[in-house]
Design a protein around this ligand. Structure first.
Ligand code: NAD
Ligand code: ZN
Length: 357
């Protein structure tokens, strides 16, 4: 058996206010006049954070439109425009939720790789390192800050650019940046982390490395979504570390049923990652009984509505499309159900699950 030898993030800084050190963090990575490009979640346009970005010379802020989750066409446009405007850049700094961080990783890679980002959707297809890239989360949960992938919707699939070149060179974990996240969004993205933990801990790929991080992340999720009396700074601190540890857990295992099914939803219906996972998790008692029970408790305790009936009225053709995307996520199914997963998760069974959502 071959053990995965995985690439991790280069540098990590954690703490309230650590964002203020960004200027000195970036200084050694500036290459002559080549600018730093700050790709910032459009939520922050006109907000104080945008005016605290340490701009130098011809640095540029680009507000990322994350109305939809990242598409390969958007990544290509951003990278091509930067090449045209500057030739080369010193680095790409992504500031935002999982969508913005993924965009930053992908744009960094596409600055140094030819063709379209769609050519690199898959495992280990990226040929060259990207330009310097840093990730600064403003929402906690996806683990995109530590992962070796960037999830993109392309012309034919929703799949990441998974590679050793994908992880950030630097991440800045400043929980203060998450304080204004809307309650619902915070919950959906937080549940992404909770679900990563359940899928990792209940999966067949589990080892002690994954388990150690997964258990810690799960405990932190419980602290904030079950035990906290009300949301406070400590909750933001904890959820940011939960996201990191949850990401580390799946780095050495894999996600499972909720993600495999929710990818189909987001491909066909554009359902967002966090809420899509919640919609699916709500119906996974058969696979993750204890996790689903606790998930429902957290939904209730935090007074969150999980949409239902989203697959009503879909055609056979639509169901086929979703099932094809979902069934394509082989490692996820194998982690969840074992080597014989195809005998367990038949197309009939998957169809019945989609019809319940
Ligand atoms: P998001 O980045 O899509 O953002 C959701 C919404 O929150 C947006 O409207 C955004 O503008 C807003 N927002 C962000 N920060 C805010 C703040 N501090 N205050 C107020 N609003 C804020 O949401 P997400 O759940 O963080 O990320 C989901 C994305 O992450 C998906 O595209 C998914 O595919 C990706 N993802 C990637 C990985 C990975 O390993 N690369 C893992 C999981 C998910
Ligand atoms: Zn996820």
């Amino acid at each position: 058996m071959a053990f995965r030898n995985f690439k991790m993030v280069g540098y990590v800084i954690y703490g309230r206010g650590s964002f203020n050190q960004l200027d000195e963090i970036l200084a050694p990575h500036r290459k002559g006049n080549a600018p730093m490009i700050f790709l910032v979640d459009h939520y922050f346009e006109g907000k104080p954070l945008a005016s605290h970005i340490p701009l130098k010379g011809n640095d540029k802020i680009i507000f990322a439109d994350v109305t939809y989750e990242p598409k390969t066409t958007y990544v290509d446009d951003l990278a091509n425009n930067l090449k045209q405007e500057f030739g080369t850049v010193s680095g790409i700094i992504g500031i935002g939720g999982g969508s913005t961080m993924d965009l930053a990783k992908a744009v960094s890679l596409m600055m140094n790789n030819p063709g379209s980002s769609a050519d690199y959707q898959g495992w280990d297809l990226v040929k060259h390192a990207g330009v310097y890239k840093a990730g600064i989360p403003t929402l906690s949960g996806t683990g995109a800050e530590v992962s070796r992938t960037t999830v993109l919707t392309g012309p034919t699939k929703k799949l990441g650019m998974n590679s050793d070149f994908t992880p950030f060179d630097q991440i800045v974990l400043d929980p203060e940046l998450t304080k204004d996240a809307p309650v619902n969004q915070r919950f959906y993205t937080g549940m992404d982390c909770y679900i990563h933990c359940i899928e990792s801990l209940e999966g067949t790929y589990l080892n002690e490395f994954s388990k150690s991080y997964g258990e810690k992340a799960l405990q932190l999720c419980r602290d904030v979504f079950v035990n906290a009396k009300e949301w406070d700074d400590e909750c933001d601190d904890k959820l940011m570390m939960a996201s990191y540890a949850g990401g580390m857990s799946i780095a050495y295992s894999q996600v499972g049923v909720a993600h495999a099914v929710s990818y189909g939803l987001s491909y066909l219906l554009g359902t967002k990652h966090g809420i899509g996972n919640c919609i699916v998790m709500n119906h996974l008692d058969e696979y993750y009984p204890a996790g689903v029970k606790e998930f429902k408790l957290m939904v209730e305790k935090n007074k969150i509505e999980i949409p239902t009936g989203i697959c009503k009225g879909l055609s056979d053709d639509d169901f086929e499309k979703m099932m094809n995307v979902s069934m394509g996520m082989k490692p996820l199914w194998e982690n969840a159900l074992g080597k014989d997963w195809e005998q367990i998760m038949t197309r009939e069974k998957l169809r019945a699950l989609y019809e319940k959502l």
